[in-house]
Design a protein around this ligand. Structure first.
Ligand code: ATP
Length: 300
């Protein structure tokens, strides 16, 4: 069997526009209801066929290259499930801040599964890929899902199409330090959670969905209470003209939603100054189309 020689993939970041923690399984996993959107901020993954074995190199972040990297774990899972021999050299170029609530590791893992499956002639069907992805991380199935936005339920395994969000402009502000997802969930008090399913059902009706009205993250209160500097970033986004602002996922990245590119640009400059060079401020856009793996490559 001949392998494809080389594949380049984009592994996009995500933000959570709505995130509700609705319960906890006996094994400790939290049950969520969330609306996620992929962004045009992405890591690059380059796969090349090579001699026997699998090797990963990483540029742009200090990350392990062994099983400590979700890319390597995804590759091992692919070779085990497909029974194909590993003959791949992979290069990951990180642009998405790490441990930031932007799903970078999960997206890299999904790109690795999609890329290897393509390289080896699609030995795994969608269902197998989804199952492998879920074992690697709760957000991985979303990044395998061929659309820009999706509702996810359970621990992220139940996915449905999200609304088409148009041309909202996003400003990401990452404080420059990582936050562990596990820490956030340990500190989150479930009883603080309000509502749940009702919002999601309303949200599912695309015509009545207004993104700004819907922005909500149950984890935000927990994180902002521990890190007042993040509350400061959120307030600064609103002061500088964001029509809405929210923490993404388990944080610490915050995002503002803008409609005017000039207002957003000025806000970006101001926030960079406020952060004194420590904050990473990125102007990004929500991918507003059905994204198949192939289409995603053309988008960038
Ligand atoms: P989520 O939003 O899914 O909770 P996150 O954006 O908060 O994810 P990641 O950037 O995926 O977090 O990283 C979480 C942890 O996973 C980090 O502590 C990092 O060391 C580890 N990790 C392993 N592989 C990767 C990878 N390829 N990219 C980023 N982090 C990785």
């Amino acid at each position: 069997m001949t392998l494809l020689e080389r594949i380049e993939l984009k592994a996009p970041a995500k933000i959570n526009l709505i995130l509700r923690v609705v319960g906890r399984r006996p094994d400790g996993y939290h049950l969520l209801e969330t609306l996620m959107a992929k962004l045009d901020l992405a890591d690059d993954l380059i796969l090349e066929s090579g001699p026997e074995g699998f090797e990963l190199t990483v540029d742009g972040a200090d990350l392990p290259v062994d099983q400590g990297n979700l890319c390597t774990r995804a590759a091992m899972a692919f070779f085990q499930a497909s029974g194909r021999p590993a003959k791949v050299r992979a290069r990951l170029v990180k642009r998405i801040p790490v441990a930031a609530g932007l799903g970078g590791g999960s997206s890299d893992a999904a790109a690795m599964l999609l890329g290897l499956n393509r390289m080896y002639g699609q030995p795994l069907d969608e269902t197998r890929l989804h199952a492998l992805g879920l074992q690697l991380g709760a957000d991985v199935p979303f990044f395998l899902y061929p659309r820009a936005t999706a509702w996810a339920e359970g621990i992220g395994e139940r996915l449905g199409p999200g609304p088409n969000l148009g041309n909202e402009l996003i400003l990401l502000v990452n404080p420059g330090w990582p936050l562990s997802t596990a820490w956030v969930f340990r500190n989150h008090k479930l009883e603080l959670t309000s509502g749940g399913r009702k919002t999601i059902v309303t949200g599912l009706n695309e015509r009545s969905f207004t993104m700004l009205g819907a922005l909500h993250n149950d984890l935000e209160r927990t994180v902002l209470a521990h890190y007042p500097s993040l509350a400061g970033i959120r307030a600064a986004l609103l002061d500088e003209g964001a029509r809405g602002a929210l923490m993404s996922g388990s944080g610490p990245t915050l995002f503002g939603v803008f409609s005017d590119p000039d207002v957003r640009h000025r806000a970006a400059e101001k926030l960079r100054t406020l952060g004194g060079g420590r904050w990473r401020v990125v102007e990004a856009a929500i991918l507003n189309m059905a994204v198949t793996d192939g289409q995603l490559q053309q988008y960038f």
